[in-house]
Ligand binder design. Sequence first.
Ligand SMILES: *[C@@H]1O[C@H](CO)[C@@H](O)[C@H](O)[C@H]1NC(C)=O
Ligand SMILES: *[C@@H]1O[C@H](CO)[C@@H](O)[C@H](O)[C@H]1NC(C)=O
Ligand SMILES: *[C@@H]1O[C@H](CO)[C@@H](O)[C@H](O)[C@H]1NC(C)=O
Ligand SMILES: *[C@@H]1O[C@H](CO)[C@@H](O)[C@H](O)[C@H]1NC(C)=O
Ligand SMILES: *[C@@H]1O[C@H](CO)[C@@H](O)[C@H](O)[C@H]1NC(C)=O
Ligand SMILES: *[C@@H]1O[C@H](CO)[C@@H](O)[C@H](O)[C@H]1NC(C)=O
Ligand SMILES: *[C@@H]1O[C@H](CO)[C@@H](O)[C@H](O)[C@H]1NC(C)=O
Length: 660
Amino acid sequence: MASLYATIVLVLLFIFLSFSNHGEAAPTYTSHYCDNATSFTPNSTYQANIKALLSSLSSHTNSTKNGFYNTTAGRDPDLVYGTFLCRGDVSADLCRKCVEIACNDIAQRCVTEKLGVIWYDECTVRYSDQNIFSIIREVPGMDISSSKIIQGDKDGFNQLLSSLMKSLMNRVAYDDQSGKKFATGEANFTGSRTLYSLVQCTPDLNDALCFRCLQSAIASIPMCCDGKQGGRVLLPSCSIRYDMSLFYRLNGTASVVLPSPSSPNSTKQGAGKRKTSSSIIIAIVAPVVTSLVLLVLGLVVLRKKARKKYNAVPEENVVEDIDGLESLQFDLSTLEAAVNNFSSDNKIGEGGFGEVYKGKLRNAQEIAVKRLSKRSNQGTKEFKNELALLTKLQHRNLVRLLGFCLDGDEKLLVYEYVPNKSLDHFLFDPERQGDLDWSRRFKIIQGISRGLLYLHEDSPLRIIHRDLKASNILLDEDMNARISDFGLARIFGVDQNQTNTRRIVGTYGYMAPEYAMQGQFSMKSDVFSFGVLILEIISGKKNSSFHDSEGAEDLTSYSWKLWRDGTPLEMLDPKLRTNYSRNEVARCIHVGLLCVQEDPTKRPMMTTVVLMLDSCSVSLPQPQSPASFLCRGNESIPQGGKGLEELSNNEVSITELEPR
Ligand SMILES: *[C@@H]1O[C@H](CO)[C@@H](O)[C@H](O)[C@H]1NC(C)=O
Ligand SMILES: *[C@@H]1O[C@H](CO)[C@@H](O)[C@H](O)[C@H]1NC(C)=O
Ligand SMILES: *[C@@H]1O[C@H](CO)[C@@H](O)[C@H](O)[C@H]1NC(C)=O
Ligand SMILES: *[C@@H]1O[C@H](CO)[C@@H](O)[C@H](O)[C@H]1NC(C)=O
Ligand SMILES: *[C@@H]1O[C@H](CO)[C@@H](O)[C@H](O)[C@H]1NC(C)=O
Ligand SMILES: *[C@@H]1O[C@H](CO)[C@@H](O)[C@H](O)[C@H]1NC(C)=O
Ligand SMILES: *[C@@H]1O[C@H](CO)[C@@H](O)[C@H](O)[C@H]1NC(C)=O
C-alpha cells in the first residue's frame, strides 16, 4: 500500500514537473566529438585561446538575433575559430543557458584536441584550428536513431519522410525569410499519427551550401535510421531530425505542413497560418502521457544510440568564394580550340553524363573535356557552386576537375588528362589483360579503396559516388587508379522540378540490391560496387555478363560458391596464374565478398576496407551470402550482351530516398 501511495505521489510530482518545465527545460546533452588526430600540448597558447574563445562565446549569447554567433581567439598560428548555434525554435533564455552549459561541458570533454564539437538538443558549440566560417563541413558527423520501429506501411513512411524533408530543405535553403535557416514541418502518416521533422543550417552558409549540406544529411537517413520512427543526422554545418512525437516548440518558426495525399493541391503554409489546435494538444498531452508511461512501466523506452562515424581529417577549406569561381571558368572558344571543335578524332569516350574529348590548351597542358548532355535542370548558380566544390577535392586516386564552362546550352567540364585508358579496356580485353599483372591489379584495388575512402570520409564533403565501375576507373602513366565521374550524380540526381521521375544513376551489375530495388543509396551501396570491382579485377570477368556452366548466375554468387567450397583461388584470372601472391589474392577475395553482402549493415565501411587491404594482421569476419539480384523479383531482366548495355545506359525509374 505504501508503495502504491509513493507511486501516486511520484506520478503527480512528475506531472507537475512536466508542466512547470514546459518551455523552460534544461538543455539536453546529445553527443560530442573531439578530434584526437590534432592535439596540442597542455598549457600552450592554443589551450589558453580555446578557453578565451569559449568564454567569449558564452558572453555573447545576448548579441545574437538568429541564434548564431562566430568569433575567433588568439593569433596565427594559435588562432581558434568558434561558433555556437541554437536550434531555431528555442527561446533566447534557453539558448543562453544551453550555450553556457555546452561551453563548460566541451572544455571538460575535449581536453587536448584542436577540434571539438558538442551537440545539445537545443544548441551546438564547436571550435577548430581551421577556418569554419561560411564554409561547409560535413565531417565529423553523428547519427542517432530511435529504438522504436515504424509500425505499419514502411514504404509509405519513407516516401512521406522523403517528401517532407525535401520540402523543408527547399524551404530553408531557398525560401528562408527569418534569416535563421531553420524550419520545422509535419505530415500525417496515418490518420492519428503525425510525422514531425526539423532541418537547420548554420546561417552563415549561403543557399547552395546549405542545400548541399542538408542533401547530404538526408542521404544518410537510410543508413542510420532505416525502419525507425525517429532519427537525427548531426553535421557541423547542418542537422536534421524527425520523429513521430513532437520534439520542437511550435511558435514563431517557419513551418511546413505537408498536405494529406488525398488533397491534390499543395499548400505550403507560412508561420502563423498553420492550424495549431491539434499540435498544441499534443504538446500538452504528450509530456503527461509520457511521464505516466515512464513511471508506471518503470522503463525508459527511448534509448538513444549514438555512434561516432567519422574521423575528421580537415584537409583544406572548401570556401564558396565567388571570386575563385572566375578562375575555374573557361571560355567556350578556348575549349573549342583545344578539342578541335569537338571533332570525332578527339573523342576518347562516352560516359553516363556525356561525351569526353581529349584536348590541348595553348599552354600545352593536356585536358579531357566532358560535354554534358543537357539533362541537368539545376540552376546555373547552384551548378557553379557544386562544381566549385568539386574542384576542391584533391587526392592522388581521383581525377582532378580543373574547371568548367557554361555558355548557353553548352555545359563543359574540364578535367586533367589521364593518359592510359579506363580499367575496363584492360581488364575485359583478352589481348590486354596480360598487361595487368597481379602487383598492378593489387595496386589498383588499393588505389580505388583510398580514393573512395577520401570521397566518403576524408574530404570536407561527403560524396557518394553512386556509379563506381571499371569504366569509371582511369589509369595514369604509372598505372595508378584514378576514380572519375564522382560528384556528378549529385549534380544530375538533384532534379527539383520533377517530382515524378526519379533517377537511378548506377550501372547494372554494380548496383547494390537496395539501390537497384528501392533506390536507397549510401556509402554502403558504393562499398557494394567496390566489392564487385575487386572480384572483377581478380577474375578478369564482368559481373554483368558472367556465364558459368555450373549454374552460378553472376560473378558474385560464383565467387561465393567457390569460397564456400574452400577453393576461392579458382576464380583467379588464368592470365595471372603464374605469378601472384596467394595471400594477397585470398585477402582481396575475402574483402570483396564482405563488400557484396546482401545486408548493407554487414558491409564494412571504407576505413575498414583500406585497413583490411593494407595489413595482413587485421583479422577479417566471415562473409555472408552475397546479393544475387539477377534472378530476384518478378521482373525478367535481360541477360547478356545488348540488353544489359541498354539497361545500364537508360535511366531506370525507381523510388529513391533522395532530394529531388
Ligand atoms: C583517438 O581515439 C581513438 C578512439 O577513441 C583511439 O583508438 C586512438 O588511438 C586515438 N588516437 C590518438 C592519437 O590518441
Ligand atoms: C599546467 O599548468 C598547471 C597549473 O598551472 C600545472 O599544474 C600543470 O603541471 C601544468 N602542466 C604542464 C604539462 O606543464
Ligand atoms: C543577457 O541578458 C539577460 C537578460 O536580458 C541578463 O540577465 C544577462 O545578464 C545578460 N548576459 C550578458 C552576458 O550580458
Ligand atoms: C564571422 O564570420 C564572418 C565570415 O562569415 C567574418 O567576416 C566575421 O569577421 C566573423 N566574426 C568574428 C567576430 O570573427
Ligand atoms: C511562444 O509562445 C509563448 C506563449 O504563447 C510565448 O511566451 C513565447 O515567448 C513564445 N516563444 C517564441 C520563441 O516566440
Ligand atoms: C491530418 O489528419 C487529420 C485527421 O485525419 C486532419 O484533421 C488534419 O487536417 C490532417 N492534417 C494534415 C496536415 O493534413
Ligand atoms: C489546384 O490549384 C490550381 C491552381 O492553383 C487550380 O486551378 C485547381 O483547380 C486546383 N485543384 C483542386 C482540385 O483544387
